[in-house]
Design a protein around this ligand. Structure first.
Ligand SMILES: [Mn+2]
Length: 464
């Protein structure tokens, strides 16, 4: 696969703009995160699209948008029979189909010899005789391409582990295997993953320990599994404090001796190998959060995908620990309403147009911590002007929070929102900062109009 990955990387480098198309589950979102970070790294203009499946409707839509090169991740291999009209590379772990339909279809029996199994540049374990369900995930194949682009991109290897765990590739043996172990070695070397032997119940970071046990499907112990009272009693009898202060303690909060005692007690009912396994921690993330362990990270991403908000998961993968993470936590808790309502409110409020920018003031109807991300999600929806950056305003404790969002295309045309926020801070003595594509500031209510005038003027200058 390394050779294939190298070829794919070379093809990516030769393009001038790329469309990434990925699947909406945890593996697909991690794949897109790797691909997008990698293309950012080599300064390659690109956009990311997510899809539940790759069908003819999507292919037609892609063809119509005339992309120079498409990078399919975590999908594509099963659909090469409908991809002839696209120049693309594929990093995927699903079983490849033979090109047997439409244009490539052999006209007579004698033509069969001339039909290659695949005309597509695919990084796929099946093509080298490996099992795509255990050897490597879609994120892993995307990672191989990223690593071939620049060895420095091995720092993205944790996302390949999250993708593999999201696709449950560690289930069979209780640990990752095959090419995944090679990726794990990269990740440990770079300090982005720490593999430990531990209980592999879901929720070790964020669930109260009794709840973790109650729902642990690996156990099936009468009087504990699916029995919250019994599960609580199990710990109480062991003398384990279920709470610290006001807060429930999760597995990650247990002391070493406590863990040992719990494992021994469980082992009395169930063989330890049934519930022990390799657990993949992300040591650079905050302990006791979804991001600190691969399985919980993957579940967080799945929540985003499930609610048609894969882009929020993408932002989290790419490092957003502010608004996107906040929204992702909300989706994880099932608070889909927050996101859907926010988008509706923003549309209902109406988008005001200035010459070079557009803005929407949502008052206190949307929390200031998510308003920017929500505004960014309106690009491509037909509800706003995709040719101007958008500024979303919301009331915050310390004034009016202004979040600017742009697109890749706008940034390539010169947009730099961080410069605007910098100037705003100087002019209005507020607080702010950010990146060229997304930035924010907080100013006093009476300064809002002047801020918008200034922003309009600067964007006009940047984009001219
Ligand atoms: Mn997958």
């Amino acid at each position: 696969m390394k050779e294939l990955a190298k070829k794919a990387a070379n093809k990516l480098k030769q393009a001038s703009s790329i469309v990434i198309v990925s699947h909406i589950d945890a593996d697909g979102i991690s794949s897109a995160g790797i691909a997008s970070k990698a293309l950012d790294h080599i300064d390659m203009e690109h956009e990311v699209k997510f899809a539940k499946k790759l069908d003819e409707a999507l292919v037609n839509e892609l063809v119509a948008s005339k992309p120079e090169l498409v990078w399919f991740t975590d999908l594509g291999s099963g659909s090469t029979d409908i991809l002839q009209d696209l120049d693309c590379i594929i990093s995927d772990h699903h079983k490849p189909v033979e090109s047997t339909t439409s244009k490539k279809k052999p006209k007579t029996l004698f033509d069969y010899d001339d039909v290659p199994v695949s005309d597509f540049l695919q990084v796929n374990p099946h093509l080298v005789g490996r099992d795509g369900s255990t050897d490597i995930s879609g994120a892993g194949t995307a990672y191989l391409v990223a690593r071939a682009l620049d060895p420095e991109l091995r720092k993205l290897s944790h996302l390949a582990i999250v993708g593999a765990v999201g696709d449950m590739q560690d289930r069979e043996l209780g640990c990752l295997q095959g090419t995944n172990r090679e990726i794990l070695a990269d990740a440990e070397h770079f300090g982005v993953i720490e593999a430990i032997e531990d209980v592999n119940f879901f929720g070790r970071e964020t669930r109260p320990v009794w709840k973790m046990l109650q729902y642990a499907s690996e156990l099936q112990i009468n009087g504990i599994t699916d029995d919250y009272r019994g599960s609580m009693d199990f710990f109480i009898e062991l003398g384990i404090n279920l709470k610290k202060g006001e807060n429930w303690r999760a597995w990650v909060h247990m002391k070493k001796a406590e863990k040992k005692e719990i494992i021994e007690a469980l082992n009395y009912y169930v063989p330890a190998e049934n519930f022990m396994g390799e657990v993949y921690l992300l040591p650079l993330e905050k302990k006791g959060t979804e991001l600190h362990e691969a399985k919980e990270f993957a579940t967080l991403l799945n929540s985003c995908g499930r609610y048609d908000a894969a882009v929020i998961g993408l932002d989290v993968c790419k490092g957003d620990r502010g608004e996107a993470l906040d929204l992702a936590y909300g989706l994880r808790k099932g608070h889909r309403k927050q996101l859907v309502d926010s988008i509706k409110i923003m549309q209902a409020t109406g988008i005001s147009q200035m010459e070079y920018i557009q803005f929407v003031h949502v008052g206190d109807m949307i929390r200031d911590t998510i308003v920017g991300t929500v505004a960014g999600m309106l690009f491509g929806s037909g509800k706003i002007d995709d040719k101007k950056p958008i500024f979303a305003l919301a009331e915050a404790d310390d004034g009016i929070k202004i979040s600017g969002r742009g697109t890749r295309q706008l940034v390539d045309a010169g947009l730099d929102l961080s410069e605007i926020m910098r100037q705003a801070v100087e002019t209005f003595h507020g607080a702010g900062g950010g990146h060229n594509i997304a930035a924010g500031a907080t100013v006093a209510p009476e300064q809002v109009n002047d801020f918008l005038e200034l922003a309009n003027e600067i964007v006009g200058r940047q984009m001219s």
